[in-house]
Design a binder for this molecule. Structure first.
Ligand code: NDP
Length: 452
């Protein structure tokens, strides 16, 4: 495996302070080693060396004025990673932890994920270290307007089409779109996740969570099993977590946990539709904390996050399935062991790269159904692609149409992963399957398009 080692050494030397990016690259390079051996044409064209280098990175100042009249300064980013398959596409994240390395990891993952969707989408990601928590609507609006004032010159409906991610939901997309429209003097599908009344797609808010559940159902079907009656752990309580729970309820499973960065709730009776509606109101309208769930509903325990612990007790709750839906590296090796000890045999990742490499190794070693984020959470970007198609056709599809197409795409992605993992000698390994299937599609397009 000399080729892969020399590629990794180069990437490490060139990006020394970007651990998350290196983690994401290492995983893909490990998976495609055999592909590179079998395909000298990819090596000759230095496809892998080009894929790990963003086509363009934009970093900019975002000055804004808070409600007290004080000038604040944040940093904005857009990583335009790869456009071999279509315009750059990927979300914007507003969170204090955002830095160049985290966004490069997300943009890199996005390239392969988007390739898996079967839609003509390149890969990108962006965001800011701005923290929307505790800010007024007016502050969020002023920040979004300043952010878009610079970003606008780099994006466009055929160039780069951002969407939401952590900290960027319907409210932020609205403010960002309004400012883009004003600057560009045109009403185009330059962002996805728009409100339904002004160009959004039905099912876009639901898509990532629904997709992760559909992917789990497909994995279970390979063992003649289903989600019906299964106890499930869900982390996070934002967009992805909420609609994961909604679809689990739909398919007869029982979600028993939710979390935020302060702690998690365990509701052994299950989060039913009524409780979920309460959570949506708490999180999306009142912007409250998940702790309040335990104060409101009887029989629920709340466990505050303890940074001193070497594991997250949420993952020690016995359950058959886990849907990590908060953030990267939220499942470490101790958590993976606890999950396996608690009877978990399905992990479908709503979040991006939520499991550290040692945890992934434990899951694969144990032979459980492990669906990595770039396959399992691709439903969000897939419906973003469908939103672009609707915008381009000046039309809006019904809920049923979009949901069917989402379901079909998740089935296709599952099949592509299974097929690629078998062709390259690791049947049942969805990590290799997703990485290889995504890589092949991008690599072939790059070969066709020459050295650019
Ligand atoms: P939201 O902002 O709606 O929700 C994020 C949730 O995760 C919140 O409950 C938040 O808690 C929690 N969280 C965030 N950061 C941390 C942290 N460092 N530690 C513990 N909890 C944390 O984001 P989304 O639901 O949109 O995104 C969740 C994950 O899904 C991310 O990994 C994202 O990249 C991925 N994803 C999202 C897609 C989408 O369509 N939205 C598409 C594909 C993947 P708190 O409120 O305390 O911060």
């Amino acid at each position: 495996m000399q080729i892969t080692e020399s590629i990794l050494a180069q990437v490490e030397a060139r990006n020394p302070a970007e651990p998350e990016f290196l983690q994401a690259v290492r995983e893909v390079v490990d998976s495609v080693g055999l592909v590179l051996e079998r395909h000298p044409e990819y090596r000759a064209a230095r496809i892998m060396e080009r894929i790990v280098e963003p086509e363009r990175v934009v970093i900019f100042r975002v000055p804004w004025v808070d409600d007290q009249g004080t000038v604040q300064v944040n940093r904005g980013f857009r990583i335009e990673m790869n456009s071999a398959l279509g315009p750059y596409k990927g979300g914007l994240r507003f969170h204090p932890s955002v830095n160049l390395g985290i966004l490069k990891f997300l943009a890199f993952e996005q390239v392969f994920k988007n390739a898996l969707t079967t839609l003509p989408l390149g890969g990108g990601k962006g965001g800011s270290d701005f923290d929307p928590k505790g800010k007024s609507d007016a502050e969020v609006m002023r920040f979004c307007q300043s952010f878009m004032t610079e970003l606008a010159r780099h994006i466009g409906p055929h160039t780069d089409v951002p969407a939401g991610d952590i900290g960027v939901g319907g409210r932020e997309i609205g403010f960002l779109f309004g400012q883009y429209k004003r600057l560009a003097n045109e009403f185009t599908g330059v962002l996805t996740g728009k409100g339904f009344g002004w160009g959004g797609s039905l099912i876009r808010p639901e898509a990532t969570g629904y997709g992760a559940v559909y992917f789990a159902a497909e994995m279970l079907a390979t063992r003649d099993d289903s989600l019906e009656g299964k106890t499930c752990l869900v982390s996070g309580s934002g967009n992805v977590a909420q609609f994961t729970v909604e679809k689990l309820i739909d398919l007869g499973a029982t979600a028993v946990t939710l979390s935020d960065s302060s702690g998690f709730i365990h509701d052994p009776a299950g989060i039913d539709a009524e409780k979920l509606a309460w959570v949506m109101e708490l999180k999306n309208e009142r912007r409250g904390r998940i702790r309040e769930y335990a104060e409101h509903f009887p029989g629920v325990t709340y466990t505050a996050a303890d940074p001193g612990l070497d594991h997250n007790p949420l993952w020690a709750v016995p359950a058959a399935c886990a849907f990590p839906s908060a953030t990267q590296n939220e499942i470490n090796a101790s958590d993976a062991k606890n999950l396996l000890a608690g009877g978990c045999f399905v992990v479908s990742e709503g979040a991006n790269m939520p499991s550290v490499p040692d945890a992934v190794e434990l899951f694969i070693g144990a032979g459980i159904l492990y669906g990595p984020g770039k396959a399992a959470n691709a439903g969000g970007v897939a419906v973003s692609g469908l939103e672009m198609a609707q915008n381009a056709g000046m039309t809006q599809w019904t809920r049923e149409t979009v949901d069917h197409r989402l379901r079909d795409i998740m089935v296709e992605i599952h099949l592509a992963c299974v097929g690629a993992s078998e062709r390259f000698g690791t049947p049942g390994n969805y990590v290799n399957g997703a990485n290889i299937a995504g890589f092949l599609k991008v690599a072939d397009a790059m070969l066709d398009q020459g050295v650019v």
